[in-house]
Ligand binder design. Structure first.
Ligand code: SF4
Length: 275
């Protein structure tokens, strides 16, 4: 099976990775990012993102909101793909980077602190696109790339955005583990898998720490492991449903976590700024 190795034709990018051309796949990833940013498939979401960007929140009146679909962010050589739900209206839809600008105590900082403790991030906060954040060994994307009203994308919108996820993963040739932040991300990954392989019945249930060996589904696909993790929303973190210790217990088992030979804090590749 090749679906995670070859991008869809509409993206016009080859992600096969000859040994001698290690620098080719960031270019493929940039092409995918460009497609995502220009996407207009979901009129409801596009209208909402533009309206939020126009009206703004009072605290961010001086900002020029991003207001466009938000592509993934991180290390082109990541082994771990972290899959969230969707941009927040005044977070990533404002800043243009996934899990960025959610404010003090918000989901972006909670996630980034965990990534920092596990050695994947060079800093523990995620405030704006030019804040110096770099990820090593990890890449963050969302199942839906446009902020949805009420944080609730429609099933058709999730389905429409799967093409972007598929193309982005295809352009990340080292990814072998997906960490799904929340049930919607978990289900989106199964939906993507279902395009290519018969899904198990019953489908493995989402849970914090739930781990599925995907190789059993069919030979050949390189994403071997799916791990479930509660979403770091304020609702979860403020109520203690999600704690830092719970995140550490999962993050420190991910491939490459706290591996000194692979992680040099403060140094490492990051995606080019697409402003
Ligand atoms: S949610 Fe995804 S498919 Fe829909 S408009 Fe945004 S980027 Fe395009």
């Amino acid at each position: 099976m090749t679906f995670l190795l070859v991008a869809r034709q509409s993206y016009h990018c080859s992600v096969k990775r000859p040994k001698s051309t290690r620098l080719r796949h960031p270019a493929a990833l940039s092409a995918v990012r460009g497609r995502i940013i220009l996407c207009e498939r979901c009129p409801r979401l596009r209208d909402y993102c533009r309206a939020v960007a126009r009206d703004k929140r009072a605290a961010y009146r001086s900002w020029t909101y991003w207001g466009r679909p938000v592509p993934g962010f991180g290390d082109p050589d990541a082994r771990v793909l972290i899959l969230g739900l969707a941009p927040a209206a005044h977070g990533a839809n404002r800043t243009g980077r996934v899990f960025t600008g959610d404010g003090a105590g918000g989901s972006g900082d909670f996630l980034m602190a965990a990534l920092h403790r596990a050695g994947f991030a060079n800093q523990a906060t995620s405030e704006r696109r030019d804040d110096g954040l770099r990820l090593t060994g990890a890449y963050i994307a969302a199942a839906v790339r446009c902020a949805p009203p009420g944080n609730k994308p429609a099933p058709a919108e999730i389905a429409a955005c799967l093409d972007h996820l598929e193309a982005e993963v295809a352009a990340l040739p080292q990814v072998d583990t997906v960490l799904a932040l929340g049930r919607i991300a978990w289900e989106a990954w199964w939906q993507l898998l279902g395009r290519h392989v018969p899904l198990p019945r019953p489908r493995p249930a989402f849970g914090h720490g739930a781990t599925v060996d995907l190789r059993a589904l069919g030979a050949g696909h390189r994403v071997a492991t799916l791990v479930g993790c509660y979403h770091p929303s304020r609702q979860n973190t403020n109520t203690g449903t999600v704690t830092a210790a719970m995140y550490d217990a999962i993050f420190q088992t991910l491939p490459g976590a706290l591996d000194a030979s692979a992680h040099v804090r403060g140094v490492g590749p990051s995606m080019p700024d697409t402003r």
